[in-house]
Ligand binder design. Structure first.
Ligand code: BES
Ligand code: MN
Ligand code: ZN
Length: 500
């Protein structure tokens, strides 16, 4: 999908798009088009239910006196409510409205000097960002699509007053949209392709961006004593890896403590011996989304040369039952020295993360540590597919992540932590057990387990089980892998950790 910024003049062919605010208020470009078509846009709106609400679209086929093919009206809602996110959603909605329409190009005519209270340049950039995010496709395994099933749209031009500057501004977002696409790709790949080895290789390929990538294999992890992660891996023929991606961009140099991101990378979660029901088990190919988001955000930071030191660590394992699989009741020794009674082999993400979190803290002494994991089904019961669960031992960190999520449209909702929950994890046989005796507060229990491996560092855990996979299209996220977390963490770094 090509996106280009051009001078204001509308092209003579292809589809045109203009924005409309409530109630049926055309912007400057829409008014001009309406006048040149004898009031056709006004009539079309009057004879339809389109009033210019956010996410509303009205397509009008162009009249005889225009050489263009159609005019698409894009609703923005009330002008006083229009934000970056509104502009992004408008870009996504326009893309969805024309992608399979038969049109090959669409031109957005941006109002000057501003669009619903935003400068035309800000509007144009955010609009293009939404369009880019929505136009993501994962279709590499579809070999038999007929031409009329494929997307027809090849390009979008955004017509605004200062196309060069606007284009330069949009170009700075390329690492971000690439990072989101990378995370979505990894999440979407099936588990026979996105194996621990394959994801490790993809990380190594990122060396070219300026990341230092280091791989700990099974031998090294055995030497170090990562019994919790290795116990999960032992039922699969696929070798586990812990990948460390380091990026040093802080002007103070590599001595400045980094921000650390840790990801759960279970490439397939069958549940192990505590096997899951077969219905829906295919979803567990995306149980590595936490890792995918960490890879994506590290690529973004390096790609845009962020002025921050950051380190990403992902634990890559496959959770399968076999003759060598770990059993319910097994006791493993984690890197922290704490012993864990594994009462349910399906509560494996926390076992993997326990060792990754210990290693991250011990080795990097990060100033903040954020982990992402598709950790519990219970978070879907609580929050559905709208918010990710946030758990933190630090109010400032929690507030920063909440604000960043809100700003980019990847919202998070904080849950409590506390000793009253923590005590449910005391084991009769070991230092800790990996599940509580009841299913109550399952997501909090999962977070409390992780908390036992945190030693004083400001830490936050994002349970992304509900937001990682979209079952239906959303404004800037087509159905499938969402990449949820990449934009949030990029914003969090930009807003809180980057040197001026
Ligand atoms: N990967 C799952 C959590 C999950 C479930 C993610 C559904 C996405 C969709 C995790 O490893 C798991 O199996 N959790 C168990 C924990 C339980 C055994 C305490 C769960 O949620 O049932
Ligand atoms: Mn599981
Ligand atoms: Zn899992």
């Amino acid at each position: 999908m090509q996106i280009a910024f051009c001078a204001p003049a509308a092209p003579a062919t292809g589809a045109l798009a203009v924005t409309v605010t409530t109630d049926r208020t055309l912007g400057t470009r829409g008014q001009a088009l309406d006048a040149s078509t004898g009031g056709m846009l006004t009539r079309a709106m009057a004879s339809s239910r389109f009033t210019g609400k956010k996410d509303e679209i009205l397509t009008v086929l162009a009249p005889a006196n225009l050489t263009n093919s159609r005019i698409v009206l894009v609703g923005l809602g009330k002008p006083e409510d229009v934000t970056d996110l509104t502009a992004q959603a408008a870009g996504g909605s326009l893309y969805a409205a024309v992608e399979k329409s038969g049109e090959t190009t669409v031109a957005l005519l941006v109002d000057e000097p501003e669009t619903a209270g935003m400068t035309s340049s800000d509007f144009a950039v955010n609009f293009a960002l939404g369009l880019r995010l929505r136009s993501y496709r994962f279709d590499r395994y579809k070999t038999k699509e007929k031409p009329d099933q494929k997307c027809s749209l090849e390009g979008c031009t955004v017509h605004c007053a200062d196309p060069e500057t606007t284009n330069a501004c949009f170009k700075t977002l390329t690492p971000l949209t690439d990072g989101v696409a990378l995370a979505r790709d990894l999440v979407s790949e099936p588990a026979n392709v996105a194996t621990p080895w394959m994801i490790m290789q993809r990380c190594c390929d990122l060396g070219g961006l300026g990341l230092t990538v280091e791989v700990l294999d099974r031998n090294r992890m055995t030497e170090l004593g990562m019994g919790a992660l290795l116990g999960v891996a032992q039922g699969s023929a696929a070798a586990p890896y812990l990948v460390v991606m380091k990026y040093d961009g802080h002007p103070e140099g590599p001595a400045e403590p980094p921000v650390a991101f840790c990801g759960k990378g279970v490439t397939f979660d069958s549940g192990g011996i505590s096997i899951k029901p077969s219905n829906g088990m295919e979803d567990m190919k995306w149980d590595m989304a936490g890792a995918a988001v960490v890879v994506g955000v590290m690529a973004v930071l390096a790609g845009r040369k962020a002025k921050v030191n950051a380190v990403g660590l992902i634990g890559l394992v496959e959770n399968l039952p076999s003759g060598t699989a770990q059993r319910p009741g097994d006791i493993v020794r984690s890197l922290s020295g704490q012993t864990i009674e594994v009462l349910n082999t399906d509560a494996e993400g926390r076992l993997v993360l326990a060792d990754v979190l210990s290693y991250a803290q011990e080795r990097f002494k990060p100033k903040a540590l954020i982990d992402l994991a598709t950790l519990t089904g219970a978070i879907i019961v609580a929050l559905g597919n709208e918010y990710a669960g946030l758990f933190s031992n630090d109010d400032d960190l929690a507030d920063q992540l909440t604000a960043s999520g809100k700003a980019v449209g990847e919202t998070v909702w904080r849950f409590p932590l506390g000793d009253c929950y923590d005590k449910e994890l005391n084991s009769d046989a070991a230092d800790i057990k990996n599940i509580a005796s009841s299913r109550d507060a399952g997501s909090i229990i999962g977070a409390q387990f992780l908390n036992r491996f945190i030693n004083g560092v400001p830490w936050a855990h994002l349970d992304i089980a509900g937001v990682t996979w979209a079952k239906k299209d959303r404004s800037v996220v087509p159905k499938g892998g969402t990449g949820f977390g990449v934009r949030l963490l990029d914003r969090y770094v930009a807003a809180n950790h980057e040197a001026a």
